[in-house]
Ligand binder design. Sequence first.
Ligand code: NAP
Length: 283
Amino acid sequence: MKIAVTGATGQLGCIVINQLKETNEKGNIVALARSPQKATGMGVDVRVADYNNPVSLNIALMDIATLVFISGSEVGQRIPQHTNIIEAAKQAGVRRIVYTSLLHVDTTSLSISEEHIVTETLLKNAGIPFTILRNGWYTENYEESVISGLKANTFIGSACDGKISSAARRDYAEAIVAVLSSGAHHGKIYELAGDESFSLSDLAAEVSVQSGKLISYTNLSSEEYVTTLLKAGLPHGVAEMLAGIDVSTSKGDLFDDSHQLSNLIGRPTTPLSDVVKDFLKQA
Ligand code: NAP
C-alpha cells in the first residue's frame, strides 16, 4: 500500500517523509517532487510531479493508495494546480487523501483562504475518502523577524496584541502521520494549532529572556508597516501580504484554543521557547 507525499522537497514534506519512514516500509513511501534531484538522499522512491503538468501527476500517482496532499506554495496558482492533483488522484484510483488546509478557513480574513476553500470543495466532491487538516501558523514563520530583531533590538509589525496559536512544523507533520494510522479520520476536518498562544510582544519578551538582550516589539499601522518593508527592499506584493497577515492576526485569525493538534499527536505541541532556542542557534 503505497503512500505518496506532495511537496516532499519542502520543509514540511521532508519532515513528513522522515516521520513516515519510522512506521512504514521505505519502499512504500513515494516522494513527489518537481525537482527530483532535491529528493536524492531521502531514501524513498522519488517521482517527478509538477502541479502544472497533469501528465506527470497521472504517472506519479498510478499505484498510490494514500496521498498526503500538502498544499502548494505558489499563491495565486493553486486552484488550477490543486485541481490537477485531485483529478490525477481520481484517475489513478487513489483511495485516501489527507490535505493540509488553513486554520478556520471558512471564517478567516486571510487572503490566502480562497484557494484552500476551493480545494476543500474539490476534495469533498472527488468521491475519495479524505481528511482535512486545517493548519495554523508555523512558529518557524517568525525566524526572520527574530533574527533581524536581534540585530535592531526591536522587531516590527502591525499585529497589535493579536494572539498567535502557532505550532512547529514537526507537530503538523506528526498530525499527518497520526491520521494516516487509522481509518477513523475519514471525512473529518481538524482545526490544528499550538497549545500556547502569544502576541508579538510576548515573542519579543521570550527572545529577550533567552538572548539576554532587551528586544522590544514596535507596532506600526499597516500603512507604516508596508512603507517600512518597501524601504527595506521587499517587493510591493510581499509587503502588502505581510501587512495583511498582521492585520488578520490583530483580528484573532491565528488564534485557536481547541487543542485538536495536541489531542491528535498525543502530546503537547512544541513550546514557543523551544523554537526560539532553535532560532537563536541560527542567529
Ligand atoms: P515550502 O518549504 O515552501 O515547500 C513547498 C513545496 O511545494 C516544495 O516542495 C515545492 O517544490 C513544492 N511545489 C511548489 N510548487 C510546485 C509545483 N508547481 N509543482 C510541484 N511542487 C511544487 O513550504 P512548507 O513550509 O513545507 O509548507 C508546506 C505548505 O504549507 C506550503 O506549500 C503552503 O501551502 C503552506 N504554508 C503554510 C504556512 C503556515 O504557517 N501554516 C506557511 C507557509 C506555507 P520545490 O522544493 O521544488 O520548490
